[in-house]
Design a protein around this ligand. Structure first.
Ligand code: NOJ
Length: 539
């Protein structure tokens, strides 16, 4: 395993509840993941990022952690975790775990202690408790809103029923925000990192990495907080991306660097300003930050070229490789997101073209489980099965993220499609139409999305491995076409990737021999609509 492996890694995100259920309780578990590691090794990915598996009351799908040093019984044991890491490493797969430092669960012992303690006590200082405004303190301390709807503050009630202080929660009330001004909080998380590093993990995905430090005095945020902060023109907000957060990651970097074997960190940083984003990956901070721009870009050549161009310029300026993300457990699956409503079948075609374009780029690519199968969003889950807190917190106006979290199909013709043992009922129901999308079905089909992704990863490793962060735009006159080249250190072209975002076939000059394409190519000199083609340049 070579140094700085993460620079060009393909990382596969496992959403633990929905990947593989070994014990048949309807939820995925570590033994399930372990049994499927050979599949991931065969797919050719370099690393597996596993979403939170810690003890949790599941107020937010496990992103509400009650104990950072253990495994939830529904997902297994620490012994299972150790076995998983050992097997992964035998298969040359790295393991990245999810760390959730912005907030704990309200069932975390620290929060219970805080609720039982008096205002101003050290136990309360670990969180963000404040008196309310107004004569009887009945108004929240400021105007901050929760990301999932409602206020970002909840009021406590004393044992005798009298209302007390308020506490901050940028997400659900069951996810109280920690106070990162306290050295005790800083020390605790560095110790948690060491706990998992000692168990052999190769890296951390850091949840809400831009949220830990809040502006001093917690000023009102005003109307602009209603804008999604990922938008490029979004203004700074007092709860996100405060300068003080960088000092935390300098400390984390020191911890990671004190271990052998290239341990890494990737921050979930939802900010629009690409310069501010790049600051998280300065040499003494995080190794990577998720670059979500493409995920929000529409399906047009113009938008995608701009995203790639901007990201690459930032890389050139700072030296940290960019990441590419088209899908994760928080967003609509690309197959559904990209679909032209008048031509639903265009969604899969566009998602496949995007995947192949992503694999041609320098930097690392993050794949979300099921993306390699071309799974669509499940848009017709019945109300009563919805578990995402967004559903309740939005007053049933937003259905939330369960539709991209439906357990994935492995084999067979009916649910649970090998996700769990026959007869088990997955925690979210799977569509009756998923038999053809299963791993088993696609493994026998050379034109499947699974076959495309596998071949794309193989060629990427063979041809592009070690080429570094270089990318060359190839000029084509057609405004719907994005073409780029990758060269070896001597300047010899090794790959030309061409994506036609248009609805008409795009004739091109001779670009060489077709190596791989996201849709059938009849004539190498014509790129079909909504298709990416990889060419081996001549000479
Ligand atoms: C980002 C995670 O990806 C998401 O699933 C979660 O709800 C929030 N952070 C809060 O932890």
């Amino acid at each position: 395993m070579s140094g700085e492996w993460w620079r060009e890694a393909v990382v596969y995100q496992v959403y633990v509840r929905s990947f593989a259920d070994a014990d048949g309780d309807g939820e995925g578990d570590l033994e399930g993941i372990r049994s499927r590691l050979p599949y991931l090794a065969d797919l050719g990915v370099d690393a597996v990022w596993i979403t939170p598996f810690y003890p949790s009351p599941l107020a937010d799908g496990g992103y509400d952690v009650a104990d950072y040093r253990d495994i939830a019984p529904r997902h297994g044991t620490l012994a299972d975790f150790d076995a998983l890491v050992a097997d992964a490493h035998r298969l040359h797969l790295r393991v990245i775990v999810d760390i959730v430092p912005n907030h704990t669960s309200d069932e975390h012992p620290w929060f219970r202690e805080a609720l039982a303690a008096a205002p101003g006590s050290p136990a309360r200082e670990r969180y963000v408790f404040r008196d309310g405004q107004g004569p009887d303190g009945a108004q929240p301390p400021n105007d901050w809103l929760g990301v999932f709807g409602g206020l970002a503050w909840s009021r406590t009630t004393g044992p005798d029923g009298t209302p007390g202080q308020w506490y901050l929660h940028l997400f659900t009330p069951e996810q109280p925000d920690l106070n990162w001004e306290r050295p005790e909080v800083v020390a605790e998380f560095e110790d948690i990192l060491r706990f998992w590093l000692d168990r052999g993990v190769d890296g951390f995905r850091i949840d809400v990495a831009h949220g830990l430090v809040k502006a001093a005095a917690l000023p009102d945020a005003g109307e602009r907080q209603k804008k999604l902060t990922i938008e490029p023109d979004a203004l700074p907000l007092p709860m996100w991306d405060q300068d003080g957060v960088h000092e935390i990651y300098r400390g984390w970097r020191r911890v990671l660097d004190s271990y052998p074997g290239d341990r890494m960190s990737v921050g979930e940083v939802w900010i629009g300003d690409i310069h501010r984003l790049a600051m998280y990956t300065r040499p003494d901070e995080l190794h990577q930050a998720f670059n979500f721009r493409w995920l929000f870009a529409p399906w047009t050549a113009h938008a995608v070229r701009d995203v790639i161009d901007l990201s690459m310029r930032e890389v050139a300026a700072l030296g940290a490789p960019t990441t590419w993300v088209l899908s994760n457990h928080d967003v609509y699956r690309p197959v559904t997101r990209y679909a032209d409503p008048k031509r639903p079948e265009s969604g899969l075609r566009r998602a496949r073209a995007s995947l192949l374009l992503m694999l041609a780029l320098p930097g690392s690519a993050y794949l979300y489980q099921g993306e390699e199968l071309g799974l669509p969003e499940v848009t017709d889950l019945p109300d009563e099965v919805l578990q995402d807190p967004i559903w309740e917190r939005s007053g049933h106006t937003a259905r939330g993220r369960d539709g991209c979290r439906v357990p994935i199909p492995w084999a067979g013709s009916a649910p649970p499609y090998g996700f769990g043992p026959d007869g088990s009922a997955p925690w979210l129901p799977q569509p009756a139409s998923w038999a053809d999308l299963s791993v088993e079905a696609q493994s026998h089909d050379l034109s499947s999305t699974l076959a495309l992704v596998k071949e794309g990863i193989r060629l990427r490793r063979d041809l592009l491995g070690g080429l570094g962060e270089q990318l060359r735009w190839v000029h084509v006159a057609d405004p719907h076409v994005v073409a780029l080249g990758r060269d070896d250190p001597t300047g010899r072209a090794v790959l030309t990737s061409v994506t036609n975002f248009g609805r008409a076939a795009a004739p091109l000059p001779d670009l060489g021999q077709v190596m791989l394409a996201s849709a059938p190519v009849d004539d190498p000199a014509v790129v079909p609509p909504e298709t990416t083609v990889w060419y081996r340049p001549q000479g």
